[in-house]
Write a protein of this length. Structure first.
Length: 462
């Protein structure tokens, strides 16, 4: 905001900073930067600086409490991601003395305090090609931290803002608009494109219905990860600015990496697409299992959804085998491609068995399996990178495969420790069930390692 808020006295700000954060301002400088909020630089007598932010909760009294709660959830999630999940790149607010990330300054305004970070934000628009991979990696880290903030972050409602006004306008195109000098030109323009707008609304509704009825896992993410919301420090490291926007469907967000390579023209092979689809099914199955372990998805529901995911994986494997029969040229040796596809299928089969047996056994305290499953997911993601690099960057694919192999080895080591823990107790049916479940994840880790070997072998032969 370029102008200061007309209905907020600076004295109110300084009093709240003292009460909420123990900050005794020596200098207060208004910063006409950013959009949607008011900002100040505040320093105390010792020269310590803070970035102070005030958000307008709305002109009307109705809705302000809801706006405050939503903003508090967003900032609270950012704080948990930075403090509890150890994501240093998340620029989170400093909690007040109450422990909350947000302070009700007035009935209309909310106050938050951030550390003053020396850095430069990017410009609004698309990311530069050389920065896309880095931003995608940050988003992936954010997604993996979902279990820690599942109870804090709000879920996106998938409601189109202002839709009621747009639909009202579409209903009134046959009469003159008298709301101002631009009313009639707007009506005429909308009349020309009314059919297209209605088609887009219908398409939006279909997509929302698809997400709400088919996506098994939601992840915490950043709603607008454009360059304007990324700050780079003098050391060159990126820090995410702004709040975390809540949980959104993980299926679409996890395809960001694939979108990056599509833009670079590296995924034009039907064989590569089939492998990526197989890996996508395996990753979706792994995230479904993670949601089940975190209590976000019921075991019975997870069991049913996993059957549909397995069907997708089987279909894509069959597609790859059919493509192999007719392909004249393949990205890597046919035998290595077949081994890679078979191992990916084994990963998904092991995850299917893990979810099924969790449903059947009803083992309590499933969170102990999260570290093993997290390494399986890391291995799958590394395999995705390897597959994308097979055709155009075989040396990079070898390195990606080594990362996947390392993740598979980590699963094996974690399994050994878990097995030692189980065997140190008294023999019981519960212990046997735990051993079986841990063994399923170890098998998934072994399959990840075998897939990595196939990818590395194929890349080395190029």
């Amino acid at each position: 905001m370029r102008d200061r808020p007309a209905d907020l006295a600076e004295a109110e700000l300084t009093v709240a900073l003292a009460e909420g954060w123990g900050i005794e301002p020596h200098s207060v400088e208004y910063l006409p930067v950013g959009a949607g909020s008011y900002h100040w630089s505040v320093r105390n007598q010792r020269g310590t600086a803070w970035f102070v932010k005030v958000d307008d909760l709305g002109v009307e009294d109705i809705g302000r409490d809801g706006a405050f709660d939503r903003l508090g959830q967003s900032f609270g999630a950012a704080l948990a991601l930075h403090r509890d999940a150890g994501l240093d790149f998340v620029l989170a607010p400093i909690p007040a003395a109450t422990g909350a990330a947000l302070w009700r300054l007035t009935s209309r305004h909310a106050l938050s305090v951030f550390p003053m970070v020396a850095g430069v934000a990017g410009q609004f628009g698309a990311h530069r090609p050389e920065n896309r991979a880095e931003v995608i990696d940050l988003l992936a880290e954010l997604h993996r931290a979902t279990p820690l903030v599942a109870d804090t972050a709000s879920r996106a409602d998938l409601v189109l803002p202002g839709r009621d006004k747009l639909e009202e306008a579409l209903r009134n195109l046959d009469r003159e608009w008298t709301g101002g000098p631009y009313a009639e030109p707007a009506r005429k323009l909308l009349s020309v494109h009314a059919g297209e707008v209605q088609r887009l609304l219908a398409d939006f509704d279909r997509r929302v219905d698809h997400v709400q009825n088919t996506v098994p896992v939601w992840v915490v993410t950043h709603g607008e990860p454009h360059p304007g919301n990324v700050m780079r420090t003098p050391a060159g490291g990126p820090r995410r600015c702004g709040g975390v926007r809540g949980r959104r469907n993980g299926d679409g967000m996890r395809r960001l990496g694939r979108l990056r390579d599509l833009l670079a023209g590296r995924m034009d092979s039907a064989l590569t697409e089939a492998l990526m689809a197989q890996l996508g099914a395996a990753e979706e199955g792994a995230w479904l299992a993670m949601a089940m372990l975190g209590g976000e998805v019921d075991r019975t529901v997870a069991h049913e959804r996993m059957r549909a995911i397995e069907h997708v994986g089987d279909r894509e494997r069959a597609r790859l085998v059919e493509e192999l029969r007719h392909a004249l040229v393949t990205p890597i040796d046919r035998e290595d491609l077949f081994r890679l596809s078979r191992s990916i299928d084994d990963v998904l089969d092991s995850l299917r068995d893990f979810v099924r047996e969790s449903h059947l056994y009803g083992v309590p305290r499933q969170v102990r399996f999260i570290p093993l499953l997290d390494q399986v997911i890391a291995g799958i993601e590394a395999l995705e990178k390897a597959v994308r690099d097979l055709a155009s960057r075989p040396s990079a694919a070898v390195q990606d495969a080594l990362v996947a192999k390392k993740a598979g080895g980590a699963v094996r080591r974690m399994y050994q420790y878990e097995l030692a823990r189980i065997l140190s107790g008294e023999p019981s049916a519960a212990a046997l069930k735990e051993r079986e479940l841990a063994g399923r994840l170890q098998t998934a880790g072994m399959a990840v390692a075998q897939a990595a070997d196939a990818a590395a072998d194929g890349a080395m032969k190029r």
